[in-house]
Design a protein around this ligand. Structure first.
Ligand code: SF4
Length: 352
């Protein structure tokens, strides 16, 4: 058997029964691919079902409120994915009569659909002969051919893409693409690949050279930038209700359109009094007396290119603080209904 035949045969016997493998509906394939870009299958499957229950088709997603979309996405991170999906759903409904373009080139014109997602949808839903390139494919192909060009460079990606294209089964491009990705997920794993059960071991150059774990070659990573966030968790009571000031993140930064607390960001880990000084100067607390109730330990939150080090300073104000810009009081029991970044969710879970 050839490499391609071995892969397809192995896939037919070993693929996981995942819900998006039951369909060729481009909306559902798109959703699954976007969710799985940065999320493990076990966690992603749950989100996939919940998302489809709320928005079963592109029309319902396009008509949704962005806050509801972000709320459903909460916990998955990389929230620009949800915002882009919402934007693209509107575009498909308004400019394409609710029908997705049926080629990778057409799909790539939609916001948030890059090379990988376009190739996945076009090959799976429309039988277009185009290879996908994700982390699993890069690992499998770079090992099969012992490619020493870093796979995260333009040149490396082109080599992988050309080699995958040569192997592609033009009659079943979608199945072939899924087979390579599945092999990467189940057998040709980053650590300790199961070469002994691999259907393409007979042709694997890295295995022949006993250098399996030396591939894929990658360019060395830069250390992520650090941001120091001093969150001001400002509460006050009105009658029997407790309110907390929440900030909607409208700027062009992480977590756009989600909610966190008023924040003083500093270049270095500052002491709490600096953050409090800035808070008082901002006029947010008005002239009211206030009490610092608690300062949390440092929370570490890792994003793809940055590390956030956050402290939460709980402040109780005797009076109603003055809302500024995007900062607004929210009843404490209603905060969980807002779209919240995982970091804020973690803090709230710890204090409630
Ligand atoms: Fe990956 Fe091993 Fe198969 Fe080569 S033989 S493709 S390294 S699992």
């Amino acid at each position: 058997m050839t490499i391609t035949e071995s892969l397809l045969h192995w896939y037919s016997q070993n693929k996981r029964p995942l819900p998006w493998r039951e369909t060729r509906d481009p909306y559902k394939i798109w959703l699954s691919e976007v969710i799985l870009q940065q999320t493990r299958v076990a966690q992603g499957t749950d989100y996939y079902h919940r998302f489809l229950a709320a928005f079963p088709d592109v029309q319902s997603l396009s008509a949704a409120d962005e806050q509801d979309v972000l709320k459903l996405w909460q916990g998955l991170g990389y929230y620009s994915r949800a915002r882009n999906m919402h934007h693209t759903a509107k575009e498909v409904v308004e400019n394409h009569n609710g029908i997705f373009p049926n080629s990778a080139a057409g799909l790539k014109k939609l916001k948030g659909i890059g090379d990988y997602t376009a190739a996945a949808i076009a090959s799976i839903c429309f039988d277009e002969s185009t290879p996908v390139l994700d982390g699993n494919v890069a690992r499998v192909i770079s090992r099969l051919y012992a490619i020493d060009t870093p796979v995260d460079t333009k040149e490396g990606k082109k080599r992988i893409n050309d080699l995958t294209n040569n192997l592609l089964d033009i009659n079943h491009p979608g199945t072939f693409n899924q087979a390579v990705m599945e092999l990467g997920a189940l057998v040709c794993t980053p650590k300790s690949p199961a070469c002994i059960t691999c259907p393409v071991a007979f042709a694997c150059e890295a295995l022949k050279r006993k250098q399996v774990e030396s591939f894929p070659v990658k360019t060395p990573k830069k250390t992520p930038a650090i941001r120091h966030l001093n969150y001001l968790v400002i509460s006050f009571t009105e009658g029997k209700e407790e309110f907390i000031l929440m900030r909607k993140r409208t700027g062009n930064d992480i977590w756009k359109n989600m909610y966190d607390f008023p924040c003083v960001e500093t270049l270095n880990a500052s002491d709490t009094s600096d953050a409090l000084d800035q808070c008082v100067k901002s006029g947010l607390l008005g002239e009211f007396p206030f009490l610092v109730k608690h300062v949390s330990d440092e929370y570490v939150h890792q994003l793809s290119h940055r590390r956030l080090l956050a402290k939460f300073i709980r402040i109780e104000v005797k009076g109603e603080p003055i809302p500024i810009n995007d900062i607004t009081p929210v009843r404490r029991d209603l905060i969980a209904e807002l779209p919240l970044p995982r970091l804020i969710d973690r803090y709230l879970a710890a204090i409630l």
